[in-house]
Design a binder for this molecule. Sequence first.
Ligand SMILES: Cc1cc2nc3c(=O)[nH]c(=O)nc-3n(C[C@H](O)[C@H](O)[C@H](O)COP(=O)(O)OP(=O)(O)OC[C@H]3O[C@@H](n4cnc5c(N)ncnc54)[C@H](O)[C@@H]3O)c2cc1C
Length: 139
Amino acid sequence: MSQESDSRPSVVVIGGGYAGIRAARELDDIADVVLVEPRDSFRHNIGSLRATVQPDWAPNIFMSYERLLSRGSVVHDRAARVEPGRVELVSGEVLRPDFLVLATGSRYPSRPRTRRRAAKSPRTTTPGPPRSWSGRTTQ
Ligand SMILES: Cc1cc2nc3c(=O)[nH]c(=O)nc-3n(C[C@H](O)[C@H](O)[C@H](O)COP(=O)(O)OP(=O)(O)OC[C@H]3O[C@@H](n4cnc5c(N)ncnc54)[C@H](O)[C@@H]3O)c2cc1C
């Protein structure tokens, strides 16, 4: 994958959230890094509460990936299939890195179960919020 030197390992980082951008930047000096991220810009979730109460500040929580890496590159695509040493993107492009960093976050493909939905499944237990915190429960 490297065009510059065989001595630098190639690394594909999948996911440009907090974990992915940190990994990509740390490796940028010592490896040929390709960050795969479908979004145009990084979203600083932690600033979203301030943006909610101060709408004119909202643009500050979006940061372009353009200047993230000085040597590596960012591919705006989504990993469709991942195997050791092989990443297939939705576009059909195939990357064959020496190393792979999976940083796709922890979102679930479906809604989390509420206590009421979980109660219908006798083999599942989903703890709700403590009463002293929420002031009420869903049951
Ligand atoms: C509104 C909001 C406010 C928050 N506030 C706080 C807070 O105040 N303090 C705190 O500690 N935490 C907060 N969090 C939680 C925090 O944002 C997460 O813990 C953190 O984002 C996890 O980082 P991550 O890099 O593991 O995953 P993510 O940030 O979820 O990043 C995953 C990235 O992977 C990309 N991706 C997913 N699938 C693919 C694929 N197949 N191919 C390529 N890319 C893919 C996604 O586009 C995404 O950019 C908040 C979250 C939200 C939503």
